[in-house]
Structure formats: C-alpha cells, structure tokens
Design a protein around this ligand. Sequence first.
Ligand code: HEM
Length: 509
Amino acid sequence: MLSHLLLGSFVLFIYVFVLKPLCSMFKLKMQFGQDCKMSYHFLGGEIWKRLNEMKITHDIFKYEQEQYKRHPYKIFVSNFLWKIRIQVTDPEYYKVMLHNHQYYEKVNVINDNNLMKKGLIFEMNGHWKTQRTLLAGQFEFLKLKNRLPMINQVSLEMISELQCQNNILEVLELITGEIVIKSFFGDTAKKITIFEKDIQVVIAELLNDMGEIRLKSKYVYVKRLILGTMACNFFPTENEKKIQQRIDLVKFEITKLIKNRLIEIQSSTQQSQGNSKSNLFIDVLLQDYIDNYHSKSESQAIDEILQQFITLLFAGTDTTAVLCYHCLYFFALYPEAQQEIREEVLSVCTEEHILDDKFKQLNKLSAFINEVLRLRNPAAKLILRNSIQTHQVKDLKIQKNWNVIINPLLQSVSEQHFINPDDFDYKRWLTPEPILNNDNFIYLPFSAGPRNCIGQHMALMEAKIILSQILKQFIIQPNEHVIPKWTLRFVYQLQPSNCVRLIKNLRQQ
Ligand code: HEM
C-alpha cells in the first residue's frame, strides 16, 4: 500500500515538475525551431544561473547578451518549478503584447498586498484606467514646468553635499525621492523622519529589503512563487516579521499625512486646493474621493492614496537616481565626452536654476542620456508578468498562468539596429538615423503602449537638471579602488554606490 502511494507520488512529481513543463517547451521548440531558445531547470530557475554567472562576468545580463548575439532568437522558454517562463525578445511579438496589456497581471515583486497593489503599477482594468487618467494630468508639460523650481532647489541643496560623500548613489536617491515626495505632498511632508531617518530613505530601504529577501532565501523565493502575496503570512521567517513591523510603521506615518491634508482641503472654504489646478498628486486624488464621496469609505480612499504614493516613490526614485548614477559612471569612463557636455551645459545654463527653455538646447546631454539608457537602462526588462488567460500573440500561443517577460533590451545591443552596438558612442544620437530598421519598438527605455512609463518626461527633466548641476560643479572620475558590478536589485544597476569620485571643479568657482 505504502509502496503504491510512494510510487504514485513519485510519478505525479515527475509529471508536474519534469514532463509537463518539458512537453510545453518541446512544443514551442518544434514550432519555432532556431527562433526558440530553450533551457530546462529541474526545480531551480534561470535566476540562480544568472546570479552564478554574475560572479564571473560582473554583469547580470552579459551572458544573455553574448548568447543572443551569437544566436538571435524570438523567444526564450525556461521554467521555474512547474511554471513555464517565456521571455519575448522579438519586437513583432512584444509590440502586440504591450498593446494587449489586459492579458497580463504584473507579478508583485514586493509581495505585499497592502503596499502597492492598488497603485498604478500593479492595478488592472477599470481602477487602473481611472487612476491613470487622474494622474496623467500631473505629468503633462505645464505641471512639470511648475515643478522645475522645486526640482532645481532640491538637487542644488543636496548636490553640494556630494563631494564629501562616499555613497554617491544614495545621495542621488535622496534627491529623486525628495522630488517625488514634494510632488506628492508638497511642503507638508517636509522632513518626516522615522527613527531619525528621512522617510524616503526608510521607504527605499524597506522596498529594497522586501525585494532582496527573495533572492537571499530560496525558501522565501519558492514560498512566494507558490503562494504569491499570501506568502508572508505563511510560516514567516524572522526577517519577514521584522519587515512587517517596518511596513506598519511607515503606513502609520503616511496615513497621518494624508488625513491631515484631507482635513485641510475639506475645511478650506472654496476647496480649490484639491481641484485640477493643484500641482500636488495628493490633491487630485483626494478631490476625486470628495467628488465621488459615496463610492468608497474614507479609510479605503486613504489606503488607496497611500498605495499610490508608495507606488510613485518606488517607480520614480531608484530608476531616476540609478540613471543619473550610470551617466556619472560613463562620464568618468569617457572624460572627453564629459568635457564636451560640460561645455554645452556651461554655455546654455548660465543661471543657477535650469528651466524648461534650456532643455531643448542641451542636445549633447540628451544624446548622452539616450546612450546610457540604450546600454544600461535601469528598467532593462519589464516587470515579470503572469498570463491571466490563454491567448494568441500572432502565431505564439501563451497559456494561462505562464510567466511572461518582455525583453526589449536585446534589440538595443543588436547589430541589426545599431552600428557597433557595443561601443559607447553618444554621438550616434546626434545623427539623423541612430536606429537602423526602426519600427519604433526597438529602443524602448520607458516601454510603450497604454502601460508605458507615466513619469518618463519628469524623469528626463530631473536627470538633465541633476546632471547639469553636477557637471557645473564637479569633475567626475572613476574610483579605481572598487570593482564595478552590474547587478539586479529592483532595477538593473551599477554597484557599489561609490564607483565614481567627484572632485570640485575649481575653475568654475
Ligand atoms: C529613468 C527613469 C525611469 C525609467 C527608466 C522608467 C521606466 C519605466 C518602464 C520601463 C515602465 C513599464 C514597466 C512595465 O510595464 O513593466 C514604467 C512604468 C511606470 N513608471 Fe517609470 N521609469 C522611470 C521613472 C519614473 C518616474 C520618475 C515615475 C513617477 C514619478 C515613474 C512612474 C511609473 C509608473 C507609475 C509606471 C506604471 C504605469 C502604468 O502601468 O500605468 N517612472 N517605467
């Protein structure tokens, strides 16, 4: 009896973990031939392979890029446990997928239902659409233009601290985090601290720890894969419990801020602060709640706004800071380009604040940022998705519950689309046709389609201001005492955070 049970379990185990995924993988291989790369892992997954290769190549995507250059493919199919994971690299396919976004839910990397699920990144369908429409206005040119003095002020104040800093990336994160906080709450959020740390630092550390915990512990990784966002309640590790306490504390502080603002708006005589004229994200969201008073309770509304805030802070802090950090690193590697761009900045930006009329004149700086985004985009691959229903993408059938990764990064390093793709050459972006065989889906630093990056113009404005201010004040040099590594936290990023040194440019004093 027992032996039958054991045999049955063994057969079931082999079916679920070996035969079933392999069967789907072979089907795709037979259909696509050379255009399908296939890699089966018994129980484990690609991620561990990548982390191991990283120890040799110092770049988590290097091996993948080399492989692709040798044998380009349209799809790469692998597995994690029983789940098929399909990576789509062909623009003809991901173009359709980006358009038909309703077939996919993004896998919540943070893995906590109460922090970002209701925010723009992870929401779906009707609620996503309403929120996207509401917030889109806040990212239009005029609103961004009104925010430029604040962005200049924040970056000027903190850049002066950069010289004596070993952790350049952290200062950049403080700047970009403060900009999102001020865009959301205005000056109300001035210097909120938890345990004597600025709130954006506390949140950034919390989010990073929440993301990293899955890579540090295979137990947590597998638990999350099986249980999804329920995983943190199931036999939590000590680290998971500590993280939960930090989440509660952060939520408590932010809820206080939102409630105070709601009282201010409700008691203001004309309620004009909450209307579309306001420059603050929170006002637009609170006004929507006031206008549709009966659609949800106050606590629901506050919770949604809290999650939207964490979402924007998550989406807008690390990405933009890391982009600036990568630019600084390439400035250090290419001192001639650095000097050319510094000269452009000095001739265009003669005043302390850099406002919108200057951006169009900063052609070389824009080209440099484009080149950094081509080779080292912090959002290199799109967030892992889960297919929520079986559907067809051209001749590719994607089954319900497959994991899907849209990967435009490989097109950016392909000879089909860029001349000498491995060379860092910012001047290619000053030529009329920097992209060969371009169908507008080759170079997608901010993704495309209805779920593209809502903050892309804000990010580029921030980067131009921060980099110009730094170029005006400092000479950027590589730090020879560290080994630079291109790794993955939430974003694809250079580590450690002191790969460059900033030397005060005395000629500009
Ligand atoms: C260099 C900086 C940035 C890069 C490279 C970047 C890139 C991206 C990419 C590739 C996506 C699509 C993600 C996916 O579909 O999986 C995205 C989405 C998003 N980004 Fe950005 N982003 C940047 C800065 C910002 C900023 C500053 C904000 C706001 C303050 C922001 C807010 C968002 C939001 C809310 C989404 C989700 C939009 C939706 O699904 O409707 N991003 N970003």
